[in-house]
Design a protein around this ligand. Structure first.
Ligand code: DP6
Length: 315
């Protein structure tokens, strides 16, 4: 049997960084994201083939990426047959976007259906979390919360759709400043941060307050309050990483941050966030996006304007 699924990446407004359980991939903090439109991962799973095979963007994959995918399929069904997985991103991985989020959300959905199962979106979210934490938020469009959860088995740590995509028509501008490969992936970066950063306990204990503020701001469509909570979360996360010796920022990252602050001082509503990479994502109202990209282009950033995307789905 075969099935094809599409999922969008998401950007965390309030960040996930740190794990309370490594094998189950349970987060130390809750996080909150917005799903992006336009960018997609499309994944086909053939359940039953002569041998396991993975293709990403038409290129056969071996080694770690393939192992990660086929270990994940073992979670979909422990007595599975060999499978073929073909996955395509319509966006450059170099954009510093969480491609693992849309990848594992699409893979979980396609593999579940190809294997003749019918997990609920919540069960698919729990499953995709095992592949990559941020993937559990990409099952839904719009505004999604990922609860830390309290159960040891992780069944209460999954995405939860808070508001549908049409709740609020914001824009996320991707400002690409560097296509250089990041020095360390998020999984390893998180574990090093937990081990080494003296700021880590403060990062964990202050997360709930950011979630509450962001959630309330989204409910009343208050971009200033949401932007402030988002910047606080990203600055705290990066400060914690940096104190562990992990720095993803480049000089160009800081240049974009300064430009965003200058725009804000001039009355243009723009707020920044950065993930485990040097590129910056900027949150703004739809009507301000063109003026903001113009000012970012002036300092040499390549930009792309995205809106709010929908649910992961079978095609
Ligand atoms: C900075 O979900 O890629 O983008 O669970 O180890 O696969 P693993 O990590 P991943 O980490 C994403 C970290 C982040 C923040 C976020 O998306 O919340």
């Amino acid at each position: 049997m075969q099935a094809t699924a599409i999922a969008h990446p998401n950007i965390a407004l309030i960040k996930y960084w740190g794990k309370r359980d490594v094998p189950l991939n349970l987060p130390a903090v809750p996080s909150l994201s917005v799903t992006l439109d336009t960018f997609t991962t499309t994944t086909t799973v053939e359940w039953g083939a002569p041998a396991d095979r993975l293709e990403v963007n038409d290129q056969p994959q071996a080694g770690r990426p393939a192992e990660r995918v086929f270990r994940f399929l073992d979670l979909v069904s422990s007595d599975r047959p060999p499978c073929v997985v073909r996955s395509k991103n319509n966006f450059p991985t170099a954009a510093g976007l969480a491609s693992s989020a849309s990848a594992f959300a699409a893979l979980a959905l396609a593999a579940d259906r190809a294997s003749g199962q019918q997990r609920s979106p919540q069960q698919l979210s729990v499953l995709s979390r095992r592949g990559s934490g941020s993937a559990c938020r990409s099952l839904w469009g719009g505004w999604v919360l990922w609860q830390r959860g309290a159960r040891e088995d992780g069944t209460d740590s999954h995405g939860e759709p808070l508001f549908a995509p049409d709740h609020w028509d914001v824009r996320v501008i991707i400002a690409l400043v560097s296509a250089a490969k990041k020095p360390i992936g998020s999984t390893a970066g998180m574990l090093l941060t937990q081990e080494r950063s003296p700021l880590y306990p403060g990062w964990v204990s202050s997360a709930d307050a950011d979630i509450i503020q962001a959630r309330q701001a989204i409910a009343r469509r208050d971009l200033q309050a949401l932007g402030a909570a988002m910047e606080r979360s990203t600055l705290k996360m990066h400060a914690t990483m940096i104190s562990a010796g992990i720095r993803y920022w480049k000089p160009e990252t800081v240049a974009v941050m300064e430009q965003v602050e200058a725009m804000r001082a001039a009355g243009l509503g723009a707020w920044y966030t950065m993930d485990a990479g040097p590129n910056v994502k900027i949150l703004c109202e739809a009507q301000d996006a063109a003026a903001i990209t113009e000012r970012l282009s002036a300092i040499g950033a390549t930009t792309q304007i995205l809106g709010v995307g929908g649910d992961a789905r079978i095609v």
